[in-house]
Ligand binder design. Structure first.
Ligand code: ADP
Ligand code: MG
Length: 297
């Protein structure tokens, strides 16, 4: 308001300067078109010449842009815009389509996995492969039932069958609905948690417990210690089960193999401990076998 008042009190000389600048800017046909589209009185518009020029400039940048990475506007992913409200002009930042199209990807966090998984798309999953149908059905059911606290999926299958890709594609789909998720490579997790004991350990651990969707990728390939099983995995699973947060697993193993994997020795106590953790996994996931040739080139 203060600015407007000031403008109204401009001297004749100052007004002449504003008018000259406005007329000069109007030689740009995009600028002239904008003034025309806004149907605003030039006496009003000339007070905003430089802001209106920025609108024109940033729209031009946007129109010639092909990706978020290329964006040269002042605020990356946005363009400065204007609309008329009453007889006033309102300036605002408008998200560009590339920003809108890619922003959702930030909802999926990858711990020690290739960024390319962000592009995994359910639309690209080979639907002709009969072996993939059960997994695809489970995924679609999950999406449909998400509001009713569905279980996660335990995807078991050989190396390169496309397990990680499928769940990543599901998480990307959920990300578009603004549901956050974490995909963690379990063997690397156990290694890194040990290394970062006392530093970012707590933060990661907290995130794995509380993220709305979690994939424990390649479970069964990690080195099992009493600590990794009883102090890391078990509390994560327990917390997620209590909070009804769906957990997904991908593994080369089935439940029986996994139980063997979690036994530290052949004592009866270890049998119980290993069974307990597998029971916890069973309770919160639907077992699906993914039979496929190795898709890795
Ligand atoms: P797994 O986790 O079972 O070992 P991946 O999910 O890593 O297998 O898949 C193996 C390879 O095949 C990866 O390079 C992945 O990008 C590719 N891939 C898997 N499924 C598909 C798919 N439906 N469409 C395109 N590429 C796929
Ligand atoms: Mg995998």
């Amino acid at each position: 308001m203060a600015i407007l008042k000031k403008t109204f009190q401009l001297t004749k000389d100052q007004k002449d300067i504003l008018r000259r600048e406005f007329l000069k800017a109007s030689q740009d046909k995009d600028f002239a078109k904008l003034i025309n589209d806004l149907a605003i009185d030039s006496e009003v518009a000339m007070k905003y010449t430089s802001s209106l020029q920025r609108v024109v400039e940033e729209k031009r940048n946007s129109d010639n842009c092909n990706s978020l990475a290329e964006c040269i506007n002042e605020t990356k992913g946005f363009r400065y815009s204007v609309k008329k409200e009453g007889d006033k002009l309102q300036f605002f930042l408008e998200a560009c389509p590339y920003y809108t199209a890619e922003e959702y990807k930030e909802n999926v966090k990858l711990f020690d996995l290739p960024r390319s998984l962000k592009n995994a798309d359910l639309k690209d999953v080979y639907k002709t492969d009969k072996n993939r149908l059960a997994a695809l059905k489970a995924i679609n059911d999950f999406i449909k039932n998400y509001d009713n606290n569905p279980k996660g999926i335990f995807l078991s299958g050989s190396f390169g069958a496309g397990k990680t890709y499928l769940i990543a594609a599901l998480f990307n789909e959920m990300a578009k609905k603004d549901v956050e998720s974490v995909i963690v490579h379990t063997p690397e997790l156990m290694r890194s948690l040990k290394d970062s004991f006392g530093s970012d350990y707590k933060e990661r651990f907290y995130e794995l417990k509380t993220t709305p969707l979690l994939l424990l990728d390649d479970i069964g390939a990690e080195l099992v210690t009493q600590w990794s099983r009883d102090e890391v995995l078990s509390p994560i699973l327990q917390y997620r089960m209590d909070q009804k947060l769906p957990t997904f697993f991908s593994s080369n193993f089935n439940f029986k193999d996994l139980e063997e994997h979690f036994k530290l020795n052949s004592s009866s106590l270890e049998k119980v401990n290993a069974r307990r953790i597998v029971e916890r996994i069973k309770e919160q996931s639907e077992f699906i076998e993914l039979v496929s040739i190795n898709l890795r080139g």
